[in-house]
Design a protein around this ligand. Structure first.
Ligand code: NAD
Length: 498
């Protein structure tokens, strides 16, 4: 059986814990590999390597660091097929979707290629007599990222792309469910010219996470995962004096106004609800049609759309989505479907019976559709993270805006309408961090920043774009005086610019 090892100081490290996690083939249900789960000793070794590397790496000029990013981008592109297959084989998402996962990460690497520009400081000449003031952004030192299973390429690149480009060195603790792709990213970063220790990959569970959170030499932690763990990581990390950004779960709503292009909205919402088997934090699992007529028409068209969906193997190029990541996750989704029924929602399509012939042990689940879902139901309030679409009917625009605004999560939201004024009012009023107007998955482009509100994010700084640069750097401000001749006597009051 294949063993997936840590990647520390530029080399494969087996680890000493004797503890391993199972890596499944989601298509067949078989265990295809074992991943080493770290002790705090492996985290310590990775940090020691990163500390050594950081001293030199921070002195490499920004343009040279950017060149490593350019080469990394070229290598990823040259290996795209192999990487996408590897990603799909452990995650279960279809290959085209894995390429999208990698590509969205690469777009942050492209942003990092321009890091010399983003790192330029500010300068004020003549702030006082012979006095100039300037500020610069310096790296924090060693920083860490802890990532979820659902985007094993994009989310690590959101983090280390910028962190490394600005002069930090990085410890990545990827999800223990699909860890092979992150190891390849570490190897390719070395191949691109990053010195060993600049990017280390340590696998593990709570033991590794706690070791990262408590380690005095790690200055900042970026986390993406479910909200309870995000909240825990934020509290423990900040208590240890670290800078922490922790993105959590989601329950994104799509508001469908009576004037929307319904055929387009149905297609968009189907892709956003069922794509990647709903295992996306920017999936759209709740649709809110405004008015009974819109709801009836939406339901009818969505039923027809669901009929056209093909669920298949992750390497089936005709399939819209593949299996979910583990049997445990499939059971969780199935339990939520049962709960929805028990709570009194109308189960219009039940995906639980779906079986792929010849792959009965695979982690497949068909698309499900609920109607008459009410805000007081647990299945509405909680994140299901599966191919389950819930219709919550609203009578008015105001009622529709209130739903996502009052929800505990506030990651993304979308409105489908032809009315610019309604869209503008919606974007302005809604209490959610990322808004789509006729865009079902409004993940911002790499040079803007990604982040939700409420229980979807803990901490103040978003991921990537200039927010990422700010998160991974600290500002130093220099006030310099070059007086002509002898300066005045010592001043015992605070200097002012009067
Ligand atoms: P998860 O919270 O189970 O795991 C995330 C990370 O935390 C993993 O690296 C895991 O090893 C670690 N972890 C798990 N349990 C832990 C514990 N008890 N103590 C310390 N660390 C622990 O999340 P997941 O199932 O891998 O990913 C899906 C979740 O991530 C969903 O809730 C989804 O909405 C969320 N997500 C959010 C975003 C976002 O940007 N807001 C993006 C992607 C995914």
């Amino acid at each position: 059986m294949r063993n997936i090892t840590h990647f520390i100081d530029g080399a494969s490290v087996a680890g000493t814990s004797g503890r391993f996690g199972d890596i499944f083939n989601p298509n067949t249900g078989d265990v295809q590999a074992k991943v080493a789960l770290a002790t705090s000793a492996e985290v310590d070794a990775a940090v020691a390597s990163a500390v050594r590397a950081q001293q030199l790496w921070s002195l490499v000029n920004p343009q040279r660091r950017a060149r490593v990013m350019f080469d990394f981008k070229r290598l990823i592109e040259a290996n795209m097929n192999e990487l996408a297959e590897l990603l799909s084989s452990e995650h279960g998402k279809v290959i085209a979707d894995s390429k999208g996962d990698i590509q969205r990460g690469l777009e942050v690497i492209e942003f990092a290629c321009g890091i010399p520009h983003a790192l330029k400081g500010e300068y004020t000449e003549g702030a006082g007599p012979g006095i100039d003031v300037y500020s610069m952004r310096q790296p924090l030192g060693v920083v860490a990222g802890i990532t979820p299973f659902n985007f094993p390429a994009m989310i690590p690149m959101w983090m280390f792309g910028i962190a490394i480009a600005v002069g930090n060195t990085f410890i990545l603790k990827p999800s223990e469910k699909d860890p092979s792709l992150p190891v390849r990213l570490g190897e390719l970063m070395m191949e691109a010219g990053a010195p060993k220790g600049v990017l280390n990959v340590v696998h593990g569970d709570k033991v590794a996470v706690d070791a990262i959170l408590d380690h005095p030499d790690i200055k900042a932690v970026s986390f993406v995962g479910s909200s309870d763990i995000a909240s825990y990581v934020y509290s423990r990390g900040t208590a240890a004096g670290k800078r922490v950004q922790a993105m959590g779960g989601a329950k994104n709503h799509g508001i469908v106004m009576p004037d929307a292009d319904l055929d387009q909205a149905v297609k968009d919402i189907s892709g956003a609800a069922f794509g990647s088997a709903g295992e996306r934090c920017m999936a759209l699992p709740v649709v809110v049609p405004v008015g009974a007529k819109t709801a009836e028409a939406f339901r009818e068209k969505m039923l027809a759309e669901i009929d056209t969906l093909k669920v298949g193997l992750s390497n089936d190029t005709d399939a819209q989505y593949g299996p979910v990541v583990t049997a445990a996750h499939r059971k969780k989704i199935s339990d939520y479907i049962q709960l929805g029924k028990d709570e009194g929602a109308e189960l219009v399509v039940d995906g639980r019976g779906f079986n792929l012939q010849g792959y009965e042990q695979g982690f497949f689940i068909g698309p499900s559709l609920f109607d008459q879902v009410k805000p007081d139901m647990r299945t509405y309030q909680e994140e299901i993270f599966g191919p389950v679409l819930q219709i919550v009917r609203a009578k008015s625009f105001e009622e529709a805006v209130a739903l996502p605004s009052k929800h505990q999560y506030g990651n993304g939201v979308a409105i489908f309408t032809r009315n610019g004024r309604a869209a503008r009012e919606f974007a302005s009023q809604v209490n959610v961090g990322m808004v789509g107007i006729n865009v079902p998955i409004p993940v911002p482009v790499a040079y803007h920043s990604f982040g939700g509100w409420k229980r979807s994010a803990f901490g103040d700084t978003n991921q990537h774009g200039m927010e990422g640069v700010r998160f991974y750097t600290k500002v130093k401000t220099i006030t310099a005086r070059w007086p002509e001749g002898l300066s005045e006597d010592s001043a015992f009051v605070i200097p002012t610019m009067r």
